[in-house]
Design a protein around this ligand. Structure first.
Ligand SMILES: Nc1nc2c(c(=O)[nH]1)N[C@H]1C(S)=C(S)[C@@H](COP(=O)(O)OP(=O)(O)OC[C@H]3O[C@@H](n4cnc5c(=O)[nH]c(N)nc54)[C@H](O)[C@@H]3O)O[C@H]1N2
Ligand SMILES: Nc1nc2c(c(=O)[nH]1)N[C@H]1C(S)=C(S)[C@@H](COP(=O)(O)OP(=O)(O)OC[C@H]3O[C@@H](n4cnc5c(=O)[nH]c(N)nc54)[C@H](O)[C@@H]3O)O[C@H]1N2
Ligand code: SF4
Ligand SMILES: [Mo]
Length: 694
C-alpha cells in the first residue's frame, strides 16, 4: 500500500514542511512540501537523511534504566510500565521531601513545549527552561528593549530584499530551507548580499561583498556605519522622526566612532564602510541587516544585536517589503489560535526561578525561556535552593552548555536525571533513565502555530508506526503525571485526542490538514501601516534607541565601546559554528551524514600554522583552561589569523553511538561558561586556546 503524508521535518528544529512517501509501512522518500511557498520540494541534506535516522539501529530502542555508575554505560532494558513507575516513584519522593521547585525540565523549544510547561506547573515548579537563551537570548532581549516585542515576533522578508547584510549569519550552511530559497530567488533578481565573518564560509563565497572582520568587532563596525548614516543624513527621516526615541542621544554617542576609528579596530577599510552605508541608503527601505540567528558570541552581545536592529530602524526597513516585519497571529486575521495545555489554572508558584531570570539579580533575560547556562551554578551552590531532579526533553546540556566538566560536576549532585531522547546522546548516556521518543516520522505532534505575514497552522503527522519500543513525548510526560497524581492536567489518551482538543474553537479540524499539511487563517499578507500603525509594546510606544527596559534595570543604552582584546601571543580566540551536514549535537551519528562529515577539523590560518609547524590534516592538540583534545587541522588562508574555528557538536562520549564516539573535539568542553550578564546569551567566542602540533 502506498500513501503520502504531509508532516514537519525534525532533523533540526526549523521544522520545514515535508511530504513523506510511504510504501508498505516503510518511508521511501521525503521532500519539501510543494504547497508551501519557499519549500517547493526542496530539503537540506539533513532533512534528506531522515530515513537514515528512522532506520538506525544505534538509536535508543526501548526504555533503559541505569545499573552501573552514571556514564558507565551499564543499562538494563525496561518495559514502559517499569521505567515510568521507576521515574514516578523517585519523582514523588523528591517532590514530597524538597518541593516541586527542586525539579527542573529543560528542552529545545518544540511543539510539545506547552505539555512540558504544564508538567512542571502542575507540580509547582517554575523551573522550565528552553534552549532559547543559549541560542539567542540577547537577540530576544535586544528586541524587547527596542520594540517591546520578542525576536520570535519579527521576521525578514528575504524574497523582496534588495540588499541584505549578514554578520556571521551563515545562511547557506546554517540552513532554514525557506529562508535560503527565498534569498536565492531575490539574489537571482539582483538583490545584493554583504557578508561579514572572520572565516570564509560558504555564504561568504556567494556574497557580493565579503569582509574578513577581526573577530568580535562587529559592534565597532556598526557604530561607524551609524556614524556615516547620521553624518551624511542617509537615514529615512520620515520614519525615524515618527518612530525613533533617542536619535539625538545616538547621534552624540556615535560621533567619535568614525570609519577611520573602526578600520583600526575591525581591519575593514574606512572607505569601504562609507561605501556600504551609501549603497544601502540607495536601496532603502527594502534592505535588511540580519539581527542574527545564533546571537551568542560575546559578553557584550546585547549591544551588537541592538545596533543591528537600530540600523534597520535608521533605514526605515521595518514593516516593509524586503525588510524586517512583525509577525501576525491568528487574531489579526480574525481567527483563533490552537489551545495549549498551559492555559489551564495551576496552583500559585511563589519561589523564583533557578536562574533568577526576571528578578533583580538577572532582570532582563526572558523568564518565559530561562537561562540554561546558569543551571550548573544553581545546582552546585544550591542557589536559590537545592535542585534534585533534571528532565532533559530533546535537549543536551552536556554538549550545549559551555564547560562540560562543570555541567557534569553539577549533574553529579542530582538525585534523578531523566532524558527523553531518540539517540544515545551524551546526556542520555549520563542519565538514570532514558525514555525513548518516537522519531518525527513515527509520531503525530502538537499543533505548530506559525505566525507571520500570513498566520497559519501546521501539523506533524505520523507517517509510519514506531519501529522500536518508543512513545510520543507528550504521552510520556502525561504517563509520568498519571503516576504522581497530576494526570488531571492532561486530558487526552493519545496524540490525536490532544490535537483535536487543541483545535477546538479554532474552526479547523484535523482533517483540514489532509490536503496540504497546513491551514491558513487568511489569504493576504498583513502589513501594519508603517507610518502610523506599528503596534510597539515599549512604554513610549516607539522604537527605543534610548531604552527604558535597559535603563530601568540599571544598564546603559549606549555604553562606551570597549576594544575587543586580541589573543595573547601563541593563543587564539576559539570560534564555533555549524555546517550544512549536521544539526548541533544531534546528527553526528546519523549514518548518511556521518559518512559525509564524520569529524570536525580545526580551521587555522596558514601563516600561524607555519609558525607552529602544523601541516594540513596533521593532528594538533587544542587546549583551553577547561579541557584539551586532539583533532585534525585544516590549514587555510580562509580564516583570520586571530581565531581558530571548529564545528560545534563533535567529540561525543556515548559509546553506543558508535559512529560518532570520540570523533573530533567538543567546543562545549573547551569553552568557559561565560555569558552576557545583560542580555542573557552565552559568550561562546570569548574562550582562548593554545594550539600545537600533536
Ligand atoms: N558549545 C556550544 N553550545 C551551543 C551552541 C554552540 O554553537 N556551541 N549552539 C547553541 C544553539 S544555537 C542552540 S539552538 C542549542 C541547541 O541545543 P540542543 O537543543 O541541546 O541541541 P540539539 O542538537 O538540537 O538537540 C538536543 C537533543 O535532542 C535530541 N533529539 C533530536 N530529535 C529528537 C526528537 O525527535 N525527540 C527527542 N526527544 N529528542 C530528540 C538529540 O538527540 C539531542 O540529544 O545549542 C546551543 N549550545
Ligand atoms: N545545518 C544546520 N543549520 C542550522 C542549524 C544546525 O544545527 N545545522 N541550527 C539552526 C539554529 S538553532 C541556529 S541558531 C542557526 C545558526 O545560524 P548562524 O548563526 O548563521 O550559524 P553559526 O554556524 O552558529 O554561525 C557562526 C558564524 O559566525 C562566524 N563568526 C565567528 N566569529 C565572528 C565574528 O566575530 N563576527 C562575525 N561577523 N562572524 C563571526 C563563524 O565563522 C560562523 O561562520 O542555524 C540554524 N540552522
Ligand atoms: S532545515 Fe533541513 S533539517 Fe531543518 S527542518 Fe528544514 S529540511 Fe529539516
Ligand atoms: Mo540556535
Amino acid at each position: 500500500m502506498e500513501k503520502e503524508v504531509f508532516s514537519l521535518c525534525f532533523m533540526c528544529s526549523i521544522r520545514c514542511p515535508i511530504k513523506v512517501k510511504v510504501k508498505d509501512g516503510q518511508v521511501t522518500w521525503i521532500e519539501g512540501n510543494p504547497h508551501v511557498a519557499g519549500m517547493e520540494g526542496s530539503l537540506c541534506p539533513r532533512g534528506a537523511a531522515g530515513t537514515s535516522l528512522l532506520y538506525d539501529r544505534q538509536r535508543v530502542q526501548s526504555p533503559m534504566i541505569r545499573v552501573g555508575d552514571r556514564g558507565s554505560g551499564n543499562w538494563r532494558k525496561a518495559s514502559w510500565d517499569e521505567a515510568l513507575d521507576y521515574v514516578g516513584d523517585k519523582l514523588k519522593a523528591i517532590i514530597d521531601q524538597h518541593g516541586g521547585h527542586s525539579v527542573v525540565l529543560g528542552e529545545r523549544t518544540q511543539l510539545a513545549t506547552h505539555v512540558s510547561k504544564t508538567f512542571l506547573k502542575a507540580i509547582g515548579s517554575p523551573n522550565h527552561f528552553t534552549h532559547d537563551a543559549l541560542c539567542k537570548g540577547s537577540v530576544n532581549t535586544a528586541c524587547r528593549s527596542l520594540f517591546g516585542l520578542t525576536d520570535g515576533q519579527i521576521g525578514i522578508d528575504y524574497r523582496n530584499t534588495r540588499h541584505i547584510v549578514l554578520y556571521g549569519r551563515n545562511i547557506f550552511e546554517a540552513i532554514s530551507v525557506k529562508e535560503v530559497n527565498n534569498l536565492m530567488a531575490a539574489m537571482e533578481e539582483g538583490a545584493k548580499m554583504t557578508y561579514i565573518d572572520p572565516r570564509v564560509s560558504v555564504t561568504a563565497t556567494k556574497a557580493h561583498r565579503y569582509w574578513m572582520i577581526r573577530p568580535g568587532t562587529d559592534l565597532a563596525l556598526n557604530y561607524a556605519l551609524m556614524h556615516v548614516i547620521l553624518d551624511e543624513r542617509l537615514y529615512d527621516a520620515a520614519f525615524v522622526d515618527r518612530w525613533v526615541h533617542g536619535l539625538a542621544e545616538l547621534q552624540d554617542f556615535v560621533a567619535p566612532y568614525s570609519p577611520q576609528w573602526a578600520e583600526t579596530e575591525t581591519g575593514i577599510p574606512a572607505a569601504e564602510i562609507v561605501a556600504l552605508a551609501r549603497e544601502l541608503a540607495k536601496d532603502r527601505p527594502a534592505v535588511a541587516f540580519h539581527y542574527g540567528y545564533r546571537g551568542a558570541s560575546h559578553t557584550n552581545e546585547i549591544y551588537l544585536r541592538r545596533s543591528i536592529l537600530m540600523l534597520n530602524a535608521l533605514m526605515g526597513s521595518i514593516e516593509t517589503k524586503g525588510g524586517i516585519f512583525f509577525k501576525k497571529g491568528p487574531g489579526e486575521a480574525g481567527g483563533k489560535a490552537a489551545r495549549k495545555l498551559v492555559e489551564q489554572d495551576f496552583p500559585k508558584i511563589d519561589v523564583p526561578r533557578f536562574d533568577k531570570a526576571g528578578t533583580p539579580d538577572f532582570p532582563l533575560p526572558d523568564p518565559a525561556h530561562g537561562v540554561p547556562h546558569r543551571l550548573p551554578h544553581a545546582i552546585l551552590n544550591a542557589d536559590p535552593y537545592p535542585i534534585k531532579a533534571l528532565f532533559n526533553f530533546r535537549f543536551e546540556p552536556l554538549m550545549s552548555i559551555a564547560d562540560t566538566e562543570l555541567t557534569r560536576k553539577a549533574l553529579d549532585q542530582l538525585d534523578l536525571i531523566v532524558t527523553i531522547d531518540i539517540n544515545y546522546s551524551d546526556i542520555a548516556w549520563y542519565s538514570d533513565v532514558i525514555l525513548p521518543e518516537s522519531t518525527y516520522l513515527e509520531r503525530t505532534d502538537c499543533i505548530q502555530q506559525a505566525n507571520g505575514l500570513k498566520p497559519q497552522m501546521f501539523l506533524r503527522r505520523q507517517a509510519v508506526t514506531p519501529r522500536y519500543d518508543t512513545r510520543d513525548g507528550a504521552m510520556i510526560l502525561k504517563q509520568i503525571a498519571d503516576r504522581i497524581g497530576t494526570g488531571n492536567y492532561f486530558p487526552y489518551e493519545n496524540m490525536d485526542e490532544l490535537v483535536r482538543w487543541q483545535l477546538e474553537g479554532t474552526g479547523f479540524t484535523m482533517e483540514d490538514f489532509d490536503a496540504k499539511g497546513f491551514v491558513a487563517y487568511g489569504k493576504k499578507q498583513i502589513f501594519w501601516d508603517r507610518m502610523d500603525g506599528l503596534k510597539l509594546k515599549t512604554p513610549s510606544k516607539k522604537i527605543e534607541f534610548k531604552s527604558s527596559l535597559l535603563e530601568d534595570a540599571g544598564f546603559e543604552s549606549f555604553p562606551a565601546y570597549e576594544p575587543m582584546p586580541s589573543a595573547e601571543p601563541g593563543k587564539f580566540r576559539l570560534v564555533t559554528g555549524r555546517a550544512a551536514l549536521h544539526t548541533h549535537v544531534s546528527t553526528q551519528n546519523v549514518e548518511y551524514l556521518n559518512e559525509l562529515c564524520g569529524e570536525n577539523l580545526l580551521w587555522i590560518n596558514n601563516q600561524k600554522a607555519a609558525e607552529l609547524g602544523i601541516a594540513d590534516r596533521a593532528m594538533v592538540e587544542i587546549a583551553s583552561s577547561r579541557h584539551s583534545g586532539k583533532m585534525r587541522a585544516y590549514v587555510t588562508d580562509l580564516i583570520h589569523p586571530e581565531c581558530v574555528f571548529l564545528l560545534h557538536g563533535f567529540g561525543h562520549q556515548a559509546k553506543r553511538a558508535e559512529r560518532s564516539y570520540n570523533k573530533g573535539v567538543s567546543d562545549a568542553a573547551l569553552q568557559e561558561n561565560l555569558y552576557d550578564k545583560v542580555g542573557g546569551s552565552p559568550a561562546y567566542h570569548d574562550t582562548f586556546v593554545n594550539v600545537k602540533a600533536a
